[in-house]
Design a binder for this molecule. Structure first.
Ligand code: HEC
Length: 129
């Protein structure tokens, strides 16, 4: 009984500690939000391009490269966070590294390219945002 209580207490302290740490990291500087908003901007433009049916290969390629560059700042921006977070940041970076090599010739190709990127955003937000 006592051991169970201690485990519950330990878990609670762990959760509270994580929330505190994440909040402290968020308040420290504007970089985390800045990085996120840069990526949001570019993925938003790519989604719009698909919607409009105007998917110019060179323009998409440039944006994907810009997103990859921005993703390089996710880890440093949130430095010191837990391994799970860093793994999800690494996943985004890898996905974008691949996507940035692509020169999607048309809208279906662009849509297929951004799908795993959006999934990588989602996977981290689901847990941390
Ligand atoms: C490894 C984790 C992780 C990944 C991957 C990630 N995000 Fe985030 N994102 C966060 C966290 C944590 C916050 C909350 C940041 C804060 O409040 O300071 C956030 C917040 C945001 C915000 C809100 C920013 C604001 O001004 O409050 C946007 C927009 C955003 N992310 C877009 C994206 C996009 C687009 C992608 C994918 C290209 C992405 N994120 C991938 C962790 C991640």
């Amino acid at each position: 009984m006592r051991a169970a209580l201690l485990i519950v207490l330990g878990l609670a302290i762990g959760i509270i500690g994580t929330v505190f740490a994440m909040n402290a990291l968020r308040e420290r500087d504007p970089l985390p939000k800045a990085v996120m908003n840069v990526m949001e901007h570019h993925i938003g433009e790519l989604k719009q391009a698909v919607k409009r049916g105007q998917c110019e290969a060179a323009a998409s390629h440039t944006r994907l490269q810009q997103m990859y560059m921005a993703s390089l700042d996710v880890e440093p921006a949130f430095a010191g966070t837990e391994p799970d977070f860093l793994a999800l940041a690494g996943k985004l970076r890898e996905t974008l590294h691949g996507a940035a090599q692509a020169v999607p010739a048309d809208c279906p190709a662009l849509e297929a390219t951004i799908k795993p990127v959006l999934q990588a955003c989602h996977d981290c937000h689901q847990k941390y945002d």
